[in-house]
Design a protein around this ligand. Structure first.
Ligand SMILES: NC(=O)c1ccc[n+]([C@@H]2O[C@H](COP(=O)([O-])OP(=O)(O)OC[C@H]3O[C@@H](n4cnc5c(N)ncnc54)[C@H](OP(=O)(O)O)[C@@H]3O)[C@@H](O)[C@H]2O)c1
Length: 317
């Protein structure tokens, strides 16, 4: 299939581009700066188109002719409202009958009512950001698109976020800091499993207008995950929990932090995704366990440090 990826220079977009190439698709990467993508991706078999997602005409031109669009643009919390224009432009650019896939987030849900959270669970996030995001995701399925909800991802090519911070701190001999209880149940998803989940709906009509969950390999805890990192790095285990109240304190200083602090409920009420529908309808399951995923991540980060500018290709895993 001819598949266009927006936000192709970002964490999820880049991994998706690599996975699409690996799966034999024809890939067009929509990015603000081609050099930024080329600096992170050595893959030659992709067409790179530069443009701004907020420029409707540029998006229409860049996505024309694609059989499917995987929309991986993301904005900072300060610019979050731009997500609406970005989504509208990408949806409008899709050819009639084309497939649209959008990575979803767990914070559309409120505290879980009972056990694992399936796609039908009420999307009643107490956070304003969560409510807006739920509306964005609903707009996608209403247009016949597919939402694939992911927990936090980690792995080669992931260079931001709380999980990356854990790896980075362990590799530089610093104490890993984790928000919330170190022994609460959490799940993390290896980046290639996330990318496989995002391309799983392609060519499957049953995925249109539906949402799916791509859970992590298994429930773990921040303490157990950190222990795997320390085993891989060989460093002394140094781990500290930060109270979610810390988020509320930060919120006093900036409006965007206030919005983020509303998501603090997730540190006290972990949300674990139920992937039954994804397994049944799309044949997707996570493949990379935590020990293997952590080992690959540490190896990649070390190699990157050794030769700054190392680009991630799917083959490096
Ligand atoms: N990362 C996770 O753990 C995770 C988990 C669940 C769901 N998700 C979802 O996955 C999606 C992608 O997230 P991510 O973590 O990959 O984000 P990211 O790493 O921050 O990447 C964002 C991408 O959007 C691009 N972008 C921003 N503004 C743009 C503009 N005006 N025009 C064109 N491109 C623009 C960025 O381009 P530049 O490189 O030029 O800045 C970058 O490629 C989001 O919807 C996010 O909520 C992520």
């Amino acid at each position: 299939m001819r598949v266009a990826v927006t936000g192709a220079s970002g964490t999820i977009g880049l991994a998706t581009v690599n996975m699409l190439v690996r799966a034999g698709h024809q890939v067009r990467a929509f990015v603000r700066t081609a050099a930024r993508l080329r600096g992170r991706c050595r893959e030659e078999r992709i067409e790179v188109v530069e443009g701004d997602i907020l420029d409707r005409a540029a998006v229409a031109a860049a996505l024309s002719g694609a059989d499917a669009v995987i929309h991986c643009v993301d904005f900072s919390l300060r610019e979050f409202a731009l997500s609406w224009d970005a989504l509208r432009h990408a949806l409008e650019a899709l050819r009639p009958g084309g497939q649209f896939v959008y990575p979803g987030v767990v914070w559309v849900f409120g505290p879980p009512e009972d056990g694992r959270v399936g796609p039908e669970h009420p999307k009643t996030s107490p956070a304003r950001l969560g409510a807006v995001r739920a509306d964005l995701e609903k707009a996608v399925t209403a247009e016949g698109g597919t939402v694939v909800r992911l927990p936090d991802v980690y792995g080669p090519g992931v260079l931001r976020g709380p999980l990356h911070d854990m790896f980075e701190r362990a590799l530089t001999g610093k104490t890993i800091r984790v928000l919330g209880d170190l022994d609460r149940a959490v799940e993390y998803l290896y980046i290639e499993d996330a990318a496989r989940a995002l391309i799983a709906p392609l060519g499957r009509p049953q995925g249109r207008g539906r949402d799916y969950h791509a859970p992590g390999f298994a429930p773990t805890t921040p303490r157990q995950f950190a222990a795997l990192i320390f085993t891989s790095t060989g460093g002394a285990p140094r781990l500290r929990s930060l109270s979610p109240r810390w988020l509320r304190l930060l919120a006093l200083t900036r409006r965007d932090r206030r919005a983020a602090s509303e998501l603090g409920y997730m540190y006290e009420n972990p949300i674990l995704l139920d992937g039954t529908r994804t397994r049944r309808e799309l044949g997707w399951m996570p493949e990379v366990d935590y020990a293997d995923g952590v080992r690959r991540t540490v190896r990649w980060l070390r190699a990157r440090t050794a030769s700054q500018g190392a680009a991630y290709t799917a083959a490096s895993a």
